[in-house]
Design a protein around this ligand. Structure first.
Ligand SMILES: *[C@@H]1O[C@H](CO)[C@@H](O)[C@H](O)[C@H]1NC(C)=O
Ligand SMILES: *[C@@H]1O[C@H](CO)[C@@H](O)[C@H](O)[C@H]1NC(C)=O
Ligand SMILES: *[C@@H]1O[C@H](CO)[C@@H](O)[C@H](O)[C@H]1NC(C)=O
Ligand SMILES: *[C@@H]1O[C@H](CO)[C@@H](O)[C@H](O)[C@H]1NC(C)=O
Ligand SMILES: *[C@@H]1O[C@H](CO)[C@@H](O)[C@H](O)[C@H]1NC(C)=O
Ligand SMILES: *[C@@H]1O[C@H](CO)[C@@H](O)[C@H](O)[C@H]1NC(C)=O
Ligand SMILES: *[C@@H]1O[C@H](CO)[C@@H](O)[C@H](O)[C@H]1NC(C)=O
Ligand SMILES: *[C@@H]1O[C@H](CO)[C@@H](O)[C@H](O)[C@H]1NC(C)=O
Ligand SMILES: *[C@@H]1O[C@H](CO)[C@@H](O)[C@H](O)[C@H]1NC(C)=O
Ligand SMILES: *[C@@H]1O[C@H](CO)[C@@H](O)[C@H](O)[C@H]1NC(C)=O
Ligand SMILES: *[C@@H]1O[C@H](CO)[C@@H](O)[C@H](O)[C@H]1NC(C)=O
Ligand SMILES: *[C@@H]1O[C@H](CO)[C@@H](O)[C@H](O)[C@H]1NC(C)=O
Length: 473
C-alpha cells in the first residue's frame, strides 16, 4: 500500500510540475514575459497536432534581470519553410537579428541554444497566407554569464591520463555561460606511439564564437581527421547563392565552410548544372564527410525533360574516387540534411565534355553477339555534332561478320553511318542516314564502321548488333 501511495504521489507531483511551465501561444500582438520564470512560447495551442493559422504575426519580449542573459531553444519545429519563420532578435528592437529559423522537419529537429548578449531577447513568429504546418515550441529561461574569462581545465579520469575531458570554462558544469572576449587554447602532449581520439560534444556557442580542433604539427600519424572548426549558429540554411551553373568547368560545395565547419541541419540546397546540348556533365568528388541521414543526389535531366536519379551518396555510400558521367547535358543536384548529426560537407568538381562515340577502335564480334552504340549516353541524350568515329570489327580468319540494325537506327539526313567491307574504307557495303532496319554481311573476317555527323541537328543515334558467322552461311 505504501508503494502504491508513493507512486501515486510521484505521479501527481510530475503532473503538477509540468503544469507549472507557462506556455504562451501566439495571439497576435506583443507579449512580455519574465525570462527568469522560465517557460515556453508556442505558435498555437495545438502544436504538434493541428496546423497554426495563416497570417500569424506575434512578438514576445523576454526580459531577464539585468546582469543575466536570455537563453532559448526550440523543442519542436515544423514550419512551412522558408515562408513561415521564427526570428530571434537581440534586445528590445528588431535591429539585431540572432537567427531566422524555419524548417519543415518536425522529427528529430535538434536546436542549438540561442543567447541574448544582454538581458532582453525578442521573438517574432510570422506565417504567410498560404499553407500551414504543426508549429513550433520554444523554451526560454534566464542564465548567468561566467564571472571571469578563465578557461576551463583539462581533467583526467585516471592516473595514467588515458582519458579525460576539456570544458570551455569553470562554470560549465553549473550551466553558466562562458564570458565574452575569451581566448583559450589547450594542447595535449604528444605521446610516442599513440594518437588522440577526440569527441566533441554538447557544443553551444554564441554567434561568431568558434572552437577549433587542430592536429598537432608535425602530425605524427597520417590519416587523422582534418582540422575542425565549429562556429556559433547563424541562420539555419546556408545554401550558396549561385545555384544555376553554366560555366564549362567549376565546383560545387555543400556550404561555405566545407571541410572546416559543420553544415547546418535541416537544409535543402539545389543546383542546376546545364551544359550545351552536345555536351555531358562529368563530375568527381574531392571531399566528402556526411552525418547519418544526410545525402547528396544527382539527377539527370533527360532531353525529354524527365529527372532520373543517377548518383546518390550518403555516409554509408560515399562517392568513389572516379568520374561520374551524366550521359545528359543537364543535371539537378540536391543536398539534403536532416535534424540530427551533421558533417563537414562535400566538394565536387564538374566539367562539360563533348559527347563522343562509345567504344570506338577495335571491336571483336563473337558468335553470341555484341553491340556497337553510336555514342556515350545513347537513350539519355542525342549524339553530338561534328563526330567522326571508326569501329574496326574483326572475327577469326575464315569467318564473316553480320551487322544488324534492330530498327532503332535514327540519325538526321546529313549524318551518315557507313559500313565498309574489310579493314579500310574502299568498299562500301552500306551507307545510310535516317532510319535503317536490316542486315549487312562482310565478305571476309573484317569490316569497318564509320559514323560522321555535321554541325547541326542531332538525333537518337543507334545500336547495332554484331555476330560472328561461320563461313559459307
Ligand atoms: C530555468 O532554469 C532554472 C535554473 O537552471 C531551472 O531550475 C528551471 O527549471 C528552468 N526553467 C525552465 C522552464 O526550463
Ligand atoms: C517545405 O515544404 C514545402 C512543401 O510543403 C516545399 O515547397 C519547401 O521547399 C520545403 N522547404 C524546405 C526547406 O525543405
Ligand atoms: C495542414 O496543412 C497542410 C498543408 O500545409 C495540409 O496538407 C493539411 O491537411 C493541414 N492539416 C489540417 C489538419 O488542416
Ligand atoms: C559570480 O560572482 C558572484 C559574486 O562573487 C557569485 O555570487 C556568483 O555565484 C558567481 N557566479 C558564477 C557563475 O560563478
Ligand atoms: C597526467 O597529467 C598530469 C597533468 O598534466 C601530470 O602532472 C601527470 O604527470 C600525468 N601523468 C602521467 C602518468 O603522464
Ligand atoms: C552532454 O549532454 C548530455 C545530455 O544533456 C549529458 O548526458 C552529457 O553528460 C553531457 N556531456 C558532457 C561532457 O557534459
Ligand atoms: C591544422 O592546424 C595546425 C595548427 O593550426 C596547422 O599547423 C596545420 O597546418 C593544419 N592542418 C591542415 C591540414 O590545415
Ligand atoms: C535555375 O534553373 C532552373 C531550371 O532551368 C529554373 O527553374 C530556376 O528558376 C533557375 N533559378 C535561378 C535562380 O535562376
Ligand atoms: C564563370 O566563368 C567566368 C569567366 O571565367 C568567371 O568570371 C565567373 O566567376 C565564373 N562563374 C562561376 C559561377 O564560377
Ligand atoms: C573533364 O574531367 C575529366 C576528369 O578529370 C577529364 O578526364 C576530361 O578530360 C575533362 N574534360 C574536359 C573537356 O576537360
Ligand atoms: C587494332 O587492330 C589493328 C589491326 O589488327 C592493330 O594494328 C592495332 O594495333 C589495334 N589497335 C588497338 C588499339 O588494339
Ligand atoms: C543538310 O545539309 C544541307 C546543306 O548543308 C542543309 O541545307 C540542310 O538543312 C541540312 N539538313 C539537316 C536536317 O540538317
Amino acid at each position: 500500500r505504501n508503494n502504491t501511495l508513493a507512486a501515486w504521489l510521484r505521479c501527481l507531483c510530475l503532473v503538477d510540475l509540468s503544469a507549472k511551465v507557462q506556455q504562451s501561444n501566439c495571439l497576435g500582438g506583443l507579449q512580455r514575459l519574465s525570462a527568469e520564470a522560465g517557460g515556453e512560447i508556442a505558435s498555437h495551442s495545438g502544436v504538434g497536432t493541428t496546423n497554426y493559422s495563416s497570417n500569424s504575426q506575434c512578438y514576445w519580449q523576454l526580459d531577464a534581470p539585468s546582469g543575466k542573459r536570455v537563453i532559448v531553444r526550440f523543442t519542436y519545429m515544423d514550419l512551412e519553410s522558408p515562408n513561415d519563420r521564427v526570428t530571434l532578435y537581440d534586445g528590445l528592437t528588431t535591429s539585431s537579428e540572432i537567427a531566422v529559423v524555419s524548417a519543415n522537419d518536425s522529427a528529430g529537429y535538434e536546436s542549438p541554444k540561442f543567447v541574448s548578449s544582454a538581458n532582453i531577447l525578442t521573438v517574432n513568429f510570422y506565417s504567410n497566407s498560404q499553407f500551414a504546418r504543426k508549429g513550433f515550441r520554444l523554451q526560454y529561461n534566464a542564465t548567468v554569464s561566467a564571472n571571469s574569462s578563465a578557461c576551463g581545465p583539462v581533467t583526467f579520469d585516471d592516473a595514467s591520463n588515458s582519458s579525460g575531458m576539456i570544458v570551455s570554462h569553470p562554470g560549465y558544469d553549473q550551466h553558466s555561460l562562458y564570458a565574452a572576449s575569451m581566448s583559450c587554447s589547450w594542447t595535449l602532449p604528444s605521446v610516442s606511439g599513440k594518437f588522440y581520439q577526440l569527441f566533441v560534444g554538447n557544443v553551444s556557442l554564441g554567434n561568431g564564437d568558434c572552437l577549433s580542433v587542430n592536429q598537432g604539427t608535425p602530425a605524427e600519424m597520417t590519416g587523422g581527421s582534418p582540422n575542425v572548426t565549429l562556429c556559433g549558429w547563424k541562420a539555419v540554411t546556408d545554401c550558396p547563392d549561385n545555384r544555376n551553373l553554366t560555366n564549362s568547368t567549376g565546383e560545387v560545395v555543400s556550404h561555405s565552410g566545407v571541410g572546416v565547419s559543420y553544415y547546418w541541419s535541416n537544409v535543402m540546397c539545389e543546383w542546376y548544372i546545364t551544359a550545351p546540348p552536345d555536351h555531358q556533365v562529368w563530375l568527381w568528388f574531392s571531399y566528402f564527410n556526411f552525418g547519418d541521414g544526410d545525402y547528396v543526389k544527382v539527377d539527370r535531366i533527360q532531353y525529354y525533360g524527365l529527372h532520373s536519379y543517377f548518383a546518390y551518396f550518403n555516409k554509408i555510400n560515399p562517392p568513389l574516387p572516379s568520374v561520374y558521367r551524366s550521359k545528359t547535358s543537364a543535371v539537378y543536384v540536391k543536398f539534403y540534411t536532416d535534424g540530427a548529426y551533421s558533417g563537414l560537407g562535400f566538394r565536387f568538381h564538374y566539367n562539360f565534355t563533348q559527347i563522343s562515340c562509345q567504344g570506338t577502335g577495335n571491336v571483336t564480334a563473337t558468335k553470341s553477339g555484341g553491340f556497337i552504340f553510336s555514342h556515350y549516353g545513347l537513350g539519355n541524350s542525342p549524339y553530338g555534332n561534328n563526330m567522326d568515329c571508326y569501329w574496326h570489327i574483326s572475327v577469326p580468319v575464315g569467318q564473316r561478320i553480320a551487322i544488324f540494325s534492330p530498327g532503332r537506327f535514327i540519325t538526321q539526313t546529313n549524318d551518315t553511318m557507313t559500313v565498309f567491307d574489310g579493314s579500310n574504307s574502299s568498299v562500301v557495303l552500306l551507307r545510310t542516314s535516317g532510319r535503317f532496319t536490316g542486315v549487312v554481311v562482310s565478305s571476309a573476317n573484317t569490316a569497318t564502321l564509320r559514323f560522321i555527323t555535321d554541325s547541326a541537328n542531332t538525333n537518337y543515334g543507334f545500336q547495332l548488333w554484331l555476330k560472328e558467322l561461320d563461313s559459307g552461311k
